[in-house]
Ligand binder design. Structure first.
Ligand code: ARG
Length: 463
């Protein structure tokens, strides 16, 4: 039987000397995977309940183990548990402590399982609740964004392409673009449940086990949907980790785009939004400064997420089946990416709550750059039976004239317009009105006020 002196590794009978202390220190993952203690205990309880149901262990041993595991949970929760790097990881730390609490019968806990299936069971359980939390936080942002949109249906701003004024839009429509982005992120995280819901527990080291275990029982107990199909694939697979890291990266990338946009809008040059002091910082030398540091923090964090995604890809590249120690790093990538995204989502929500549009400046900017030129071209097509290309050329000529005479399009007189197109009547002047322009984009998905109202109602009901 394995000796279980508490200061020795489980495998100390087999290995003639202790593993090098340097490796014990750097190869230990306890500082990182101790985060999995709850899942490890839940998984072990389900495992021993199954072992008892299958008559592999006795009622008494099952209860003793569960008693010990619950005690350990309390110790960890009350910070009385001593994590020890020489026991490598969370699984061995808990098992070692179980021996101290209940004695030799702790030795039955690892029947028919391996740390190879145990660690991914824990990790998948952890990732399922992390994913739910992320979805919850994304929902909060969606709600906050919808609130601002609702108050800004008639707030006109320039829509940009190439960061140049393109066509007038409603600020609310812009915000609803963010809402779409975040719904997509939610969907991406939700899709990850398909693989996260396959239960690895019971594939043991790589081959399965000769004990008559019931994998469907632990699957149900732990809230998974079905057991994984192939034991070798199960202990080798980290696709679920990649999917999570990709989803985090995509969401962080979206946050970085929004952050960059808000940084530009908050700049002195644009001045389209105001941020309250709560989300700004000062300068140590320039007394006048109020800086959007938090937004810059958000923009920067996407880099860390991509790094973690790429690190995971690199660990997996060329790695033969099945389990290798290389895989141990997965948790660090996942935890760090998760922490970053959780912080970023909370910060973005706070920033949005502290943001007000500078409506005057938005309108003023929308009044420059001949932003209604496309409306004029469309008008010519609709009212003077011209092809769009012909109308485009006529409009370009009118824009050139306006530029030369240093006027906005809405400052041109009918006589001036008629110099380019003699058939024009008074009626044309209405196309230069920004509100008319916005409200004319009534196609599904467009910026018209009625569309925006409908979309807000739809989003409010959407899950
Ligand atoms: N701490 C290990 C990890 O995270 C658990 C699995 C260890 N398995 C092994 N055969 N060394 O990957």
């Amino acid at each position: 039987m394995t000796k279980n002196k508490n200061n020795q590794a489980i495998w100390s009978t087999r290995l003639k000397t202790n593993t090098s202390s340097l490796f014990q220190r750097v190869g230990s993952s306890i500082d990182i995977d101790k985060k999995l203690y709850k899942e490890d205990i839940i998984g072990s309880i389900a495992h021993v309940e199954m072992l008892f149901k299958q008559k592999i262990i006795s009622f008494k041993i099952k209860n003793k183990i569960i008693y010990g595991l619950n005690k350990i949970k309390k110790e960890i929760l009350s910070k009385k548990f001593e994590f020890n790097t020489s026991f490598e990881d969370i699984h061995m730390n808990i098992e070692k402590r179980l021996f101290q609490i209940i004695g030799e019968e702790a030795g039955y806990i690892h029947t028919g399982r391996s740390r190879n299936d145990q660690v991914i069971t824990d990790l998948k359980l952890w990732m399922k609740s992390a994913t739910e939390n992320i979805i919850f936080l994304i929902d909060k942002i969606i709600k906050t964004t919808l609130n601002i949109a609702e108050k800004n249906i008639k707030t006109i701003m320039p829509g940009f392409t190439h960061l140049k004024n393109a066509q007038p839009i409603s600020f609310a429509h812009y915000l609803l673009a963010y809402v779409e982005i975040f719904y997509r992120d939610k969907k991406r995280f939700r899709n990850n449940f398909e693989n996260l819901n396959e239960n690895p527990l019971g594939v043991a080291a790589l081959a399965g086990t000769s004990f008559n275990i019931d994998r469907n029982y632990t699957t149900k107990k732990l809230g998974f949907e079905k057991p994984t199909n192939n034991s070798i694939d199960t202990v080798s697979d980290r696709d679920f980790a990649l999917e999570f890291l990709f989803s985090v990266s995509t969401c962080s990338m979206h946050i970085s785009r929004i952050a960059e946009e808000l940084i530009i809008w908050n700049s002195n040059g644009f001045n389209l939004i105001n941020l309250s002091d709560k989300v700004l910082t000062g300068s140590s030398i320039m007394p006048q400064k109020k800086n959007p540091d938090l937004l810059e923090f958000l923009r920067g964090k996407s880099g860390v997420s991509y790094g973690n995604l790429f690190s995971m890809f690199t660990v997996l590249k060329g790695l033969p089946l099945s389990y290798f120690k290389d895989l141990q790093d997965d948790k660090e990538f996942i935890f760090k990416s998760n922490d970053n995204l959780v912080n970023s989502l909370k910060i973005l929500d706070e920033i949005l709550k502290n943001l007000t549009p500078n409506k005057k400046k938005m309108l003023q900017l929308a009044n420059s750059g001949y932003i209604t030129a496309t409306d004029l071209a469309d008008y010519l097509v609709k009212n003077h039976s011209m092809s769009f290309r012909k109308a485009y050329l006529k409009t370009a000529a009118i824009v050139n004239y306006a530029e030369k005479t240093k006027k906005n399009l809405d400052q041109l007189t009918l006589i001036e317009l008629q110099k380019v197109e003699p058939k024009l009547t008074d009626d044309v002047l209405k196309v230069f009105n920004l509100y008319n322009s916005v409200d004319s984009k009534k196609t599904y998905g467009g910026t018209s006020f009625s569309n925006i109202k409908k979309m807000i109602t739809k989003y409010k009901k959407q899950k």
